[in-house]
Ligand binder design. Structure first.
Ligand code: B12
Ligand code: SF4
Ligand code: SF4
Length: 314
């Protein structure tokens, strides 16, 4: 006799296994098309995506997971806490966003997602899977919110009431029809701290003008940077954490004990003059197995020059 597929039991076992693999949060969302398709389309059409043409190039897949993965029924959304201890940057140093201070999460998280997907297919041989993090053409935040992993804050990041927003997202898409979790209520309330603290005024509630965001300018943008924005970029060499640092839900987040996420240097920052003097080898050494490899040497040196200019004005 064929065993009956118990959806509730399957969902529970998936969550228990995700926790055993080291994921801090796991939820399940139905894989239906994006509810925010038009929002994404308007955002791109208005130019706010800047040079990130990859968002437009795979738009159809991004707006509907069944185009990316025909037959998909459920999105298992997972998150890992990357709140690692950081010493304040010494005076004169340039800052690096927290998520990039350990090993490259694209590689590390992907390994774990493959483990989860392999386990799923072992347990449920009828299941097909696809998995990924960041570079997959999926609106990861939207599906994580749908899966009840957290809510989307005004700064556009996903937050969890106990863990805050220091969360990296990944997902296993599957053809299994799993029971969906309940989305969480928005708990931003009347708070507007992230909007006020953003030095470049990149945030309007629930929308980000990437062209003004320091994370975009330091990581994704390749050419010269508008002088008006340069002067607001402060001492950020790579990425920016200001809107997360000021969020009241990040006041007392639990510390991450994941070994590969721990910062590589004691200072979590670097002297911008050293960056200006980097040889190709120095650059390769610094960015080895790091998410920072996305930024090429000329961009790093452009960012370092901006930090030095801003520090001279202090
Ligand atoms: C492009 C991109 C960027 C761009 C643009 C960011 C942005 N806000 O759009 C730039 C380079 C600026 C960037 C910066 C950062 N990023 Co980024 N980025 C992405 C990427 C690849 C695509 C995001 C995207 O599609 N943006 C377009 C906008 C329109 O879509 P969206 O942000 O997903 O928002 C949708 C939902 O919010 C939905 N929605 C749901 N509920 C609601 C409610 C309302 C009212 C509205 C209007 C909309 C809405 O509507 C939107 C359209 O679908 C994702 C990975 C992925 N595949 O999703 C990572 C991702 C979003 N980034 C991530 C991170 C960590 C960062 C940084 C913190 C890195 C840093 N420290 O420098 C910053 C944060 C800046 C910020 N305030 O968002 C994480 C976020 C994790 C989290 N907890 O939310 C992701 C999910 C990568 C990952 N796998 O962990 N990023
Ligand atoms: S990451 Fe920095 S620049 Fe971008 S929205 Fe947040 S505070 Fe503003
Ligand atoms: S700072 Fe305030 S408005 Fe912004 S995400 Fe956090 S709670 Fe929401």
């Amino acid at each position: 006799m064929l065993a009956v597929f118990d959806r509730t039991d399957a969902a529970l076992r998936i969550k228990v296994h995700a926790a055993a693999l080291g994921f801090d949060l796991c939820g399940i969302a139905p894989a239906g098309p994006s509810v925010y398709r038009q929002h994404l389309l308007d955002w791109i059409a208005s130019g706010q995506a800047g040079e990130m043409h990859f968002l437009q190039e795979r738009f159809a897949e991004r707006a509907d997971p069944s185009i990316y993965f025909p037959g998909v029924r459920s999105v298992i959304s997972v998150a890992i806490n990357y709140h690692t201890p950081l010493d304040p940057a010494p005076r004169g140093h340039a800052r690096i966003a927290r998520y990039a201070q350990g090993d490259d999460y694209h590689e590390q998280l992907k390994k774990k997602l493959y483990d989860l997907a392999d386990w799923l297919r072992e347990q449920f041989p009828e299941a097909e899977t696809r998995c990924g993090t960041d570079s997959v053409p999926i609106m990861e935040r939207e599906y994580a919110a749908r899966a009840g992993v957290g809510w989307i804050g005004k700064h556009t990041g996903l937050l969890h009431p106990q863990i805050g927003s220091w969360l990296l997202l990944g997902e296993v898409l599957t053809t299994l029809d799993l029971p969906a979790d309940q989305p969480m209520a928005d708990a931003c309330g009347t708070c507007t701290r992230c909007i006020e603290a953003c030095p470049t005024q990149a945030i309007t509630p629930y929308q980000l003008d990437a062209r003004r965001c320091i994370s975009y300018l330091t990581i994704e943008h390749t050419g010269d940077i508008d002088p008006e924005l340069q002067s607001k970029m402060g001492d950020w060499l790579y990425g920016c954490d200001i809107c997360q640092d000021v969020c009241p839900h990040n006041r007392r987040p639990p510390a991450s004990d994941t070994a590969w996420l721990q910062p590589r240097t004691a200072t979590n920052s670097i002297d911008p003059n050293a960056v200006l003097n980097w040889s190709k080898d120095d650059y390769h050494q610094f960015t080895r197995r790091s998410a920072m490899r996305r930024v090429k040497l000329p961009q790093f040196q452009r960012n370092a020059r901006i930090v030095l200019q801003n520090q001279e004005k202090e």
